[in-house]
Design a protein around this ligand. Structure first.
Ligand code: SF4
Length: 131
């Protein structure tokens, strides 16, 4: 059983994914939130987002996960994220070293390669905004 099996039941997989990432021009999260409320894997989705995003601030979180806005997830992110924050730092440290590719980092840390991509992409956005 894969840790991603729950995604097969995700309601958002059946409609336009842009609803979960509105561009802010005349659109919001309303439609996506209504769909999330009826999603059978909302809890798994929220937990996955918390694990993946770790201790990121709300400005570095993107989209709606588990029916929660970025600022809502940031508000719950401080609970039990020590492990994930450390894992995130480990991923970033290994990526910065440049000795391993994403697949090797994923294997070394014990995560899926998508987690590595997501953590490093979020960090690039964070660094880009800080520059
Ligand atoms: S709860 Fe998560 S998996 Fe379900 S529709 Fe919302 S974003 Fe998709």
């Amino acid at each position: 059983m894969s840790r991603y099996d729950w995604m097969e039941d995700a309601r958002c997989a059946q409609v336009d994914p842009d609803l979960w990432h509105p561009d802010g021009i005349g659109s919001g999260y309303g439609s996506a939130r209504r769909i999330c409320q009826g999603c059978p894997v909302q809890q798994q989705c929220a937990e996955f987002a918390q694990q993946t995003e770790g201790d990121l601030s709300h400005s570095h979180r993107h989209g709606l996960w588990g029916g929660q806005l970025p600022r809502q997830r940031a508000g719950t992110g401080s609970q039990g994220t020590g492990f994930y924050a450390k894992r995130r730092q480990q991923i970033l440290r290994l990526a910065a070293n440049g000795d391993m590719d994403a697949y090797q980092i994923a294997q070394h840390v014990g995560v899926d390669v998508r987690t590595v991509w997501r953590v490093t992409a979020a960090n690039r956005k964070q660094m880009g905004k800080a520059a």
